[in-house]
Design a protein around this ligand. Structure first.
Ligand SMILES: [Zn+2]
Length: 275
């Protein structure tokens, strides 16, 4: 009798696990890595991200610095062209937030991109900025936020996940998943996600006609800035500096091929259609 009950429990657990896996398993666009991002709907992530970006524009002063704004608009729109359908329904918007102490940037679902003026201390050229923006947009096309939210629902932090999702996806939860705020630990993306964003972002920058070789000096300068008051995106969970530089060197040959193709007039707009 006991063993029958135990069997039922085991079968039930297996079926539940299979259902969770089936409904949550998806593939990361661009890299093809299997992930657990499917528990959160794309439409809801886009809607909430757009709302939160609108809120950011009222919470942070917006920079009118003509040089920074011109640089961001030019680089951002050139990258947007090659990102194409990797991002769902983008309504591109590029905003410079005025905070010289913040060496930070983010891209959100829906095609919303923000950089803080502190980023220009390390991103000194258009090539540098393209690598930063490419990296941020790669987090979006790889749906890292969907993955973090899905994992919060079914992983170790199931309790926290349930509280996050009580009454629907909250603004605080989605900002936490982007690495801003305290929910989901406010830790930013995992090292695997950061490496993935480095890889995909470098290709975006190169395809848009920006020199991927700039990445080495850019990340060297970023590491040199230290992390005392630094936000998570660039300093806490990124691969260690040495690992990142080794990885960039490995990625450079392919990125340089893409860059040469773009510079020879063959800018390859992305035609990969993501469902
Ligand atoms: Zn990142």
């Amino acid at each position: 009798m006991k063993s029958k009950t135990l069997n039922r429990i085991l079968i039930c657990a297996m079926v539940s696990g299979a259902v969770i896996w089936q409904t949550s398993c998806s593939t990361v666009p661009v890299s093809g890595r299997p992930s657990l991002g499917g528990l959160v709907s794309d439409a809801e992530v886009v809607k909430m991200s757009v709302e939160q970006f609108e809120a950011m524009k009222t919470q942070f002063p917006i920079s009118r610095n003509p040089k920074y704004n011109a640089m961001l608009q030019e680089v951002g729109h050139n990258i947007a062209k090659v990102v194409g359908y990797d991002i769902i329904n983008p309504d591109w918007e590029f905003v410079v937030f005025d905070d010289p102490s913040s060496i930070n940037a983010l891209a959100m679902a829906g095609g919303k991109v923000g950089v803080f003026t502190g980023i220009f201390k390390v991103a000194k050229t258009k090539d540098d900025l393209a690598i930063v923006i490419g990296h941020e947009i790669a987090h979006v096309s790889a749906k890292h936020v969907n993955e973090r939210l899905s994992k919060a629902m079914i992983g170790k932090s199931l309790g926290a996940g349930l509280s996050i999702f009580t009454g629907g996806l909250s603004g605080a939860a989605i900002m936490g998943a982007y690495g801003f705020g305290s929910q989901l630990g406010g830790l930013g993306f995992s090292r695997q996600m950061e490496s993935e964003a480095d890889e995909v972002g470098l290709i975006y920058a190169a395809r848009a006609g920006y020199d991927p070789r700039a990445a080495i000096d850019l990340w060297e300068r970023m590491a040199g800035e230290g992390s005392e008051t630094a936000p998570p995106e660039f300093f806490s969970t990124h691969p260690s500096h040495g690992t990142r530089i080794v990885n960039i060197h490995l990625l450079l040959p392919e990125a340089i091929r893409e860059y040469d193709l773009a510079k020879s007039g063959g800018i390859r707009e992305n035609i990969i259609v993501i469902e």
